[in-house]
Design a protein around this ligand. Structure first.
Ligand SMILES: Cc1cc2nc3c(=O)[nH]c(=O)nc-3n(C[C@H](O)[C@H](O)[C@H](O)COP(=O)(O)OP(=O)(O)OC[C@H]3O[C@@H](n4cnc5c(N)ncnc54)[C@H](O)[C@@H]3O)c2cc1C
Length: 420
């Protein structure tokens, strides 16, 4: 389905943000939606030949070139590194539009895990690390993964991770087993969360946690498998074994012992990016649902006239609009450097994936069998929405954080200031 996204300027919003919104919408409507099936053919399950895959790859590269020419590449990164230099809020407004076409964010240079990795390289990378890893990553000449979660320890509690990096002369030697390292097969390097054993970090359970850049062709890096998810036989979420992997000490990202802090920062940005993407997809699912309700005849009438379906539409409108506002609000607080942004990010990370899941679920119901077919993007959205309730921190961990921050406020004798 190729219903165009309908965007008009938002009164009161800065001109440059409205301009980016309109230009992004125009690009999505003219360059992406008409060829969506070809661009993302493999996801739709319609690819049968190697030639189809090649055509799809070539088309994606062509669209990326057009995105760059239109000045819409890498909105989340500073201009000095080839990005658009948008603040978080402007990016949130742009991202909800580009994510309207499922998968399109990657064509604008904002694909996880590369986008989060680029953000921490910008902030913590040395000049040398930026030259070697960041610039090619932004340019699309390199791919990357983020290797933190381990099968034998709780990902929800990253301080429990046991992959070690031991200092030997000018090198670190890494040993451990990770899994769900996304983009594993394509990656040129991983950012690996390790427990550094000769830590100079400040005490505490996270004191020695450090992030180390590991080129994937380093001896001892073994992709054990692409983990099959949702019934598929494989995926690019990889199990990766590190056996005596030796990298120069200069590959440590930030200070030794700064890994936990940097990870939280990376994941904080990543969570907002995920929610921006969810909002765009929700918008699409909503449009698809309403479009179908307006045209499908059942039992002598249109779906739109059935009260059940009107309920779906109303509830989905509320879910979508609430999610948009929460996402834009969190982005605004991040831009202001407000410490309450952490609470907002966690609130958003609980609310938006669940709302996304509900909206897509209703859209699938309205479409009937077509809803679960690969002819529509809804089935892929549905799985993505459910997965997002785990990735980048499960719901429960974020609920705990919201409650902890709120309680801490009240324990100081202050009620929550909702003006924040
Ligand atoms: C598709 C996908 C892609 C991913 N990509 C990456 C990646 O690129 N890199 C990476 O490092 N990781 C990645 N992950 C891993 C993800 O970050 C972890 O799955 C997540 O942090 C949870 O860790 P865990 O799976 O070990 O679950 P656990 O930590 O074992 O938690 C299991 C469950 O316990 C519950 N729980 C946890 N803590 C509490 C608590 N305090 N109170 C109550 N209940 C609690 C929650 O319901 C949680 O779902 C990905 C995951 C998925 C599904």
């Amino acid at each position: 389905m190729t219903m165009p996204i309908n965007i008009s300027p938002i009164p009161g919003l800065a001109d440059h943000v409205n301009d980016v919104r309109l230009r992004t919408a125009s690009f999505i409507n003219s360059e992406i939606l008409p060829v969506e099936d070809k661009l993302f053919a493999s996801r739709r399950g319609t690819v049968v030949t190697e030639q189809d895959r090649e055509d799809s790859r070539n088309l994606r590269e062509e669209v990326k070139r057009k995105v760059k020419a239109a000045g819409l590449w890498a909105p989340h990164l500073p201009q000095e590194y080839g990005g658009m230099g948008l603040d978080f809020m402007a990016h949130a407004y742009m991202n909800e539009i580009m994510a309207y076409a499922l998968g399109a964010s990657s064509l604008f240079g904002v694909a996880a895990p590369n986008s989060g990795n680029a953000k921490i390289l910008v902030k913590y990378g040395t000049e040398d690390q930026k030259r070697k890893w960041l610039l090619p990553l932004i340019d699309g000449k390199m791919e990357s993964g983020y290797s933190m979660t381990e099968p034998d320890n709780a990902g929800s509690d990253p301080r429990s991770l046991t992959t070690t990096a031991v200092r030997e002369g000018d090198d670190y030697v890494i040993n451990g087993l990770k899994w769900f390292t996304s983009n594993g097969f394509a990656s040129d390097f991983f950012i690996v969360m390790c427990r550094v054993e000769d830590s100079t970090g400040q005490g505490g359970r996270s004191g020695s946690m450090s992030q180390i850049i590991v080129p994937t062709d380093t001896p001892g890096v073994e992709i054990v498998r692409g983990i099959g998810i949702w019934g598929g036989s494989s995926s690019d979420h990889c199990e990766v074994r590190y056996t005596n992997v030796r990298v120069p000490a200069e590959n440590v990202l930030g200070r030794v012992g700064q890994g936990h802090e940097a990870a939280q920062e990376r994941l904080g940005a990543g969570r907002v990016f995920h929610c921006m993407n969810s909002v765009g997809q929700m918008w699409r699912a909503f449009d698809l649902m309403v479009e179908r309700a307006l045209t499908r005849q059942v039992h002598g009438g249109l779906l739109k006239d059935k009260q059940f379906i009107q309920g779906f539409i109303a509830d989905s409108y509320i879910d979508l609009q609430t999610s948009r506002l929460l996402t834009i609000r969190a982005a605004e607080l991040i831009d202001r450097g407000d410490p309450q942004a952490r609470t907002e990010i966690s609130a958003l990370k609980v609310y938006v994936p669940a709302a996304f899941h509900r909206v897509v679920d209703r859209a699938i119901q309205v479409w009937g069998a077509a809803g679960v077919s690969n002819d529509l993007p809804l089935a892929a959205m549905y799985l993505g929405a459910r997965t997002l309730r785990l990735a980048d921190g499960p719901d429960e961990v974020h609920r705990i954080l919201v409650a902890k921050n709120v309680l801490a406020h009240y324990e100081k004798g202050l009620s929550w200031d909702f003006a924040l």
